[in-house]
Design a protein around this ligand. Structure first.
Ligand SMILES: Nc1ncnc2c1ncn2[C@@H]1O[C@H](COP(=O)(O)OP(=O)(O)OP(=O)(O)O)[C@@H](O)[C@H]1O
Length: 663
């Protein structure tokens, strides 16, 4: 059995450990697996790898309080079982039976306050199962613009300890790709809504491969075959089982109506109905068990379908009879030899641990199983690199917006073409300033789908301990810096000279700076909102509302001094105001405009500056004074935009932290 020693491993030992993994068949010994229902002994050859982990649980109950009735309700009740290294167990039951709940409780993903009973790892209670396990969710959360190999390599780079060299990591990735039958598609992009990628089954295998590349000792899978056809489902399960058997991993999967081929891949079965155990033992033994209860599986029937049909009372017309029927199964199991065998197995595992003086797993966490295998900066580096590659390759994220902004710049340039210096052009200029800021920031909503796609991957990877929130939030910001600059620069380079805004490098640079900083705030606001409410339509509506709101109070439609007192606060936190006013000032300052000569009076109708009729011209400063833009400080306004970016980015980080994934 697995023996975990108390002291920390040296780096040489860790290296040796990996070599040992490569050569694990040298450690094969014969072990006995008791087929616990037939009570006959099946001999099987399984490799014993040091640090393999068995999981046993006794009298597990998960209770919730019904919010309406305030009544306590047991979702699972008095469940006991054991799965040893190299064994693959299926949790099966009708819909709502408690499969996912049992899996989540075993994987340590439920609030311990609601759980009673004991879970033992290698016979010891009080261990942190997350240190030695991975939990594979149902969704195929992968980066679609990355290849299969790149997706798995990312996991390897973050989850192996630094003692594993880059070459070894690459080799581990190549090995898992081979084991999971992904060699043919290894260098193909996974695919997303615009890239046609690999098949559904290959995607599922890629997700699982990326989660097991470090060979976590226990693998929990939540319905790993859902949504796949029977051939793909078989390939997925076969890949998991091959890896589990050859590396002596412990596997528990909840599964919905497996085909007979898939079902035959499991060693053990946990049948659950109404949260209670109907059968637990070997898969083969279940046939005999049900036969003894008077439910013989027909020769050519799929046993999985047969068991489920026996314990599913959802479609029984008489509810009471149905309940009695299930209760009978539960009572039978309670007094069965199958249950006694499970209890003996659990106590044997515990007794062996006491005898062997097995130490606390969480004290001696084998390297590579740590919650975070790599430090903050290494995490940030790898996430930044991947996010950059995704942003570069994923047309939806930035390139589509760059194309759109170029079109818009050309449109504005031709409509406002060489706007001029007559009195009437003052309003044209204001409109150009307003529209440049408003439209560009408004279209930041285009980043929501890309972010939400990435967020699903973040949820999975975070839950699995690839990295923490800080590096992810930082990487998201770092990558947005150059891409947003490309957008702002492209637009400015095309639109600014075409419109004929204030000539000169200094003025051009101020325009670019404000547009860039406004876009950085808008981008930060988008990811913040999408992190708080990760639903596409809702996030889109809220961002559109916020941008509309900021437009209204920014002082363009209604002069700043006319904004009602009650809305002044909004004006001062409005990022569009700072960008708009900065652009207005940098454009108007230093310009001179012509007043209109009134042919009747032969006087000049000047709306700005000297309005007595004697002055032919007025200045940009006169315009600014006239609209009350006297306090604009270019550097300070730019700083306000930087501060708002920081505020939204901190909000983004906090939102991600608070919105805990199912951990
Ligand atoms: N937190 C909760 N609050 C209220 N009811 C819950 C909660 N968690 C689980 N349940 C209920 O407990 C039952 C078991 O849920 P669970 O998701 O474990 O079932 P399942 O067997 O995995 O179902 P399915 O196959 O349909 O996914 C369901 O009826 C579910 O509605």
């Amino acid at each position: 059995m697995s023996i975990l020693k108390k002291r920390e491993k040296t780096s040489e030992e860790v290296e040796l450990e990996w070599k040992t993994y490569n050569n694990e068949f040298a450690k094969q010994i014969q072990i006995e697996i008791i087929d616990n229902n037939n009570n006959d002994t099946v001999e099987s050859v399984l490799p014993i790898v040091e640090d393999s982990v068995s999981i046993a649980w006794s009298m597990l109950t998960y209770t919730i309080t019904n919010k309406k009735t305030k009544q306590q309700q047991n979702i699972i009740q008095n469940c006991s079982g054991v799965v040893k290294p190299g064994e693959i167990m299926a949790i099966m039951g009708p819909s709502g039976a408690g499969k996912s709940t049992l899996l989540d409780v075993l994987a340590g993903r439920k609030d311990p306050k609601n759980v009673t009973g004991t879970i033992y790892l290698n016979g010891r209670s009080g261990q942190n199962v997350k240190f030695v396990s991975t939990y594979v969710m149902q969704d195929d959360a992968l980066m679609g613009s990355l290849t299969v190999r790149e997706n798995i390599q990312f996991a390897a780079d973050l989850c192996f300890p630094e003692t594993v060299s880059p070459d070894e990591r690459r080799q581990k990735v190549a090995e898992i790709i081979k084991e999971f039958g992904l060699e043919r598609v290894a260098d193909q992009k996974v695919g997303n809504i615009i890239i046609r990628g690999i098949s559904g089954g290959e995607k599922r295998r890629t997700v699982i491969a990326s989660q097991v590349v470090t060979l976590p000792r226990i693998i929990f899978l939540d319905e790993p075959t859902t949504g796949l056809d029977s051939a793909a489902a078989y390939n997925v399960m076969k890949a998991i089982i091959t890896t589990a058997k050859s590396h002596h991993l412990t596997v528990i999967a909840s599964i919905h109506q497996p085909s007979s081929e898939v079902f035959a891949l499991f060693d053990k079965l946990y049948l659950i109905s109404r949260g209670q155990t109907v059968y637990h033992g070997s898969r083969k033994g279940a046939l005999e068990y049900f036969k003894n209860l008077g439910h013989e599986c027909p020769e050519h029937a799929n046993p999985a379908d047969f068991y489920l049909s026996r314990i599913n009372i959802d479609f029984m017309s008489d509810r009471e009879t149905g309940e009695q029927h299930i209760q009978k199964f539960i009572t039978n199991y309670e007094s069965s030899s199958a249950k006694r065998l499970v209890e003996k197995d659990v106590s044997d595992v515990v007794a062996a641990a006491e005898k062997e003086d097995v130490d606390d797993i969480s004290v001696d966490v084998p390297q590579g199983y740590n919650r975070y295998a790599r430090g903050f900066f290494v995490q940030t580096y790898f996430i930044t690199r991947r996010t950059f590659t995704n942003a570069y390759r994923n047309v939806l994220l930035y390139w589509i917006r760059v194309a759109m902004y170029v079109c818009l710049a050309l449109l504005m340039g031709t409509v406002w073409w060489q706007v001029g210096f007559e009195q009437k052009n003052v309003q044209d200029r204001f409109a150009a300033h307003f529209f440049s800021v408003a439209f560009l920031v408004f279209m930041s909503v285009a980043g929501i789908p890309g972010f939400l796609e990435e967020r699903v991957v973040f949820r999975r990877e975070r839950a699995d301990g690839f990295y923490s929130v800080g590096p992810y939030a930082l990487a998201n910001f770092v990558v947005s810096v150059p891409f947003v600059f490309v957008i702002a620069f492209t637009f400015t380079a095309v639109a600014y000279p075409m419109i004929g805004l204030h000539a000169g490098m200094g003025h051009f640079m101020w325009f670019l700076t404000y547009l860039y900083l406004a876009l950085m705030v808008a981008e930060s606001m988008v990811v913040f909102v999408a992190a708080v409410i990760p639903i596409f339509v809702a996030a889109l509506t809220i961002v559109a509302f916020l941008n509309g709101f900021f437009m209204v109070v920014q002082g363009f439609f209604v002069r700043r001094d006319s904004i009602p007192h009650a809305w002044k606060w909004a004006h001062y936190i409005d990022y569009q105001k700072y960008a708009f006013e900065g652009i207005v000032k940098s454009d108007f300052i230093g310009l001179t405009f012509d007043c209109v000569l009134n042919p009747t009076t032969q006087k000049y109708d000047c709306l700005y500056g000297d309005t007595s009729g004697d002055s032919k011209k007025f200045t940009g400063q006169d315009v600014l004074n006239s609209y009350g833009y006297t306090e604009i400080k270019l550097a300070l306004w730019a700083f306000a935009l930087v501060a708002l970016t920081i505020i939204f980015r901190v909000g983004f980080y906090v939102a991600l932290r608070l919105r805990k994934s199912r951990t």
